[in-house]
Design a protein around this ligand. Structure first.
Ligand code: SF4
Length: 490
């Protein structure tokens, strides 16, 4: 053996990262299951199960290809690597650049040599070169550059379909009693059963833990859901847990799928003429736009960015985030139950329900970030830090997004079927049955009106405060709501 290749649990692809040039004769492959990863925090069991079982299946796949694989358990990744190096003296350790600042620093200090991380379509220096020339880091500007650079959905130098953006077409509310096509169930094997028993998890069939399963998920999305994805991508309904979302983010984020594979399948389906442009554009925007942008911003904004708290939000994490029984808000109750069941809800409940609630209640951004990291199956550090600190709770003072994503009950009522059976009324902002979102939206604007008055994208909303004749009454109700939320009674 000439080299040790260290394979983090999110680099599980044979053709990318350090493995792409690996050779069974010369390279010893090492995976480390660290106690920090498994027991350090209150991780969702579904998430742990998915990450560990995927890694063990991948190790088995490499062995079947003739590689020697060492899968070790240790207190930390570096401890695991030390134990391997003790056995294989003087072999250098190589790895593709890790996906978080902390792991990057720990491995660098230990002397690991890095390859470029190619698990994204945009190299980190290329993103930096773009960001360095921007006044405000608009995702839309980045996305258009990506479309041109990667030549995706282009008709010559113009966007296919005559426009870059089909957001207007992609904002339909959920149809009544919507069933949609079924989602895949994934069979379990001995490795799955072993992991589940080690971590005390009751196995579900929701998420694949193999490359084969991830590819089946991609095929199922392209064949059965892609065409209808776009118009319903923002809708929320209790009738169908995923609508037409792809459910591919866990596999993209742990390496079982590479974004180029997903894009190539999507473009092929669109070129066949059976996918409407609004669905094709909406989905491709998520992969080559949002996903790349968020990863780029994570590295561009630096390691201290996650500590931002520019709105000085101090509230402790509300009990409802960990206990759906601690609230009467139907939208939150349903969402938190769904997360318990599958470690997943789509981007709109994450942004417009959970983050919106954390934002308007003034919940401490770091406490909320830690919770989001723990409960979602796809919650890599690089995903969650910009999405929560920048987009979700506007804790960065607008470095990433020009305005906060605060909304009252009217938006949730329009885009979901949560409100009808709820004890609260989305139209009311005062009184015992006022929707907490509606009350707290105005209270939030009022609390921060000096800051937001300077923001031209917020001036209209702040101006709306002047038209509220019941503002004093609303402020009293807001205090009751915040206390009720703290006590798990609202
Ligand atoms: Fe949520 Fe308010 Fe609608 Fe109830 S009324 S479901 S709390 S948005």
């Amino acid at each position: 053996m000439k080299r040790i290749i260290y394979l983090p649990f999110d680099h599980l692809h044979r053709n990318f990262g350090a493995l792409k040039a690996a050779d069974p004769k010369n390279d010893l492959i090492v995976l480390v299951e660290s106690a920090r990863m498994t027991t350090g925090r209150n991780w969702h069991k579904e998430r742990l199960f998915f990450l560990i079982s995927s890694a063990r299946h991948f190790a088995q796949l490499l062995e079947s290809e003739g590689f020697t694989v060492e899968y070790v358990k240790a207190a930390t990744t570096v401890d695991g690597l030390k134990s391997i190096q003790a056995k294989h003296k003087k072999l250098p350790i190589i790895c593709a650049e890790p996906s978080s600042f902390r792991q990057f620093a720990a491995l660098q200090e230990f002397g690991v040599e890095f390859f470029e991380n190619d698990f994204f379509l945009t190299p980190r220096p290329l993103f930096k070169a773009w960001a360095d020339t921007q006044k405000s880091y608009l995702m839309e500007s980045f996305y258009r550059k990506q479309r041109v650079r990667l030549n995706i959905l282009m008709a010559g130098s113009e966007p296919a379909g005559g426009t870059w953006n089909f957001d207007k077409e992609n904002r339909l509310p959920p149809p009544k009693k919507y069933e949609g096509s079924a989602y895949l169930e994934h069979k379990r094997d001995e490795i799955d059963a072993q992991v589940a028993s080690e971590i005390g998890h009751v196995m579900t069939t929701t998420w694949a833990t193999t490359r084969q399963g991830a590819l089946a998920q991609l095929k199922n999305f392209i064949d059965n859901h892609f065409g209808e994805f776009g118009p319903l991508e923002d809708a929320m309904t209790t009738d169908n847990w995923a609508l037409h979302h792809s459910l591919l983010s866990p596999y993209l984020n742990n390496g079982l799928l590479h974004p180029s594979e997903v894009i190539s399948a999507a473009v092929k389906a669109f070129d066949s003429g059976r996918i409407p442009i609004e669905s094709a554009e909406g989905f491709i925007r998520q992969i080559i736009g949002w996903r790349e942008y968020v990863n780029g911003m994570y590295w561009f904004l630096g390691p201290d960015y996650r500590e931002n708290n520019q709105l000085k939000a101090k509230r402790k994490l509300l009990p409802l985030f960990n206990d759906s029984g601690a609230t009467q808000m139907n939208c939150i109750k349903e969402t938190v139950s769904d997360i318990r069941e599958r470690a997943w809800v789509h981007h709109i409940p994450r942004l417009m329900l959970l983050s919106n609630l954390a934002l308007v209640t003034g919940t401490n951004p770091q406490e909320f970030l830690e919770w989001m990291r723990e409960v979602f199956i796809d919650a890599s550090e690089w995903v969650m830090v910009p999405n929560v600190i920048g987009m979700g709770v506007h804790a960065d003072g607008g470095q990433m997004m020009t305005k906060p994503y605060a909304a009252g009950g009217a938006y949730i009522s329009r885009m979901s079927n949560y409100c009808k059976p709820c004890v609260y009324n989305p139209k009311l902002r005062t009184g015992d049955t006022a929707c907490p979102f509606t009350t707290l939206y105005w209270d939030f604007l009022d609390r921060h009106k000096e800051t937001f008055a300077k923001n031209h994208r917020m001036s209209q909303q702040v101006f709306g405060l002047n038209r509220l004749s019941d503002l004093p009454e609303l402020k009293i109700r807001a205090q009751e709501v915040l206390k009720g939320l703290d006590d798990g009674k609202i």
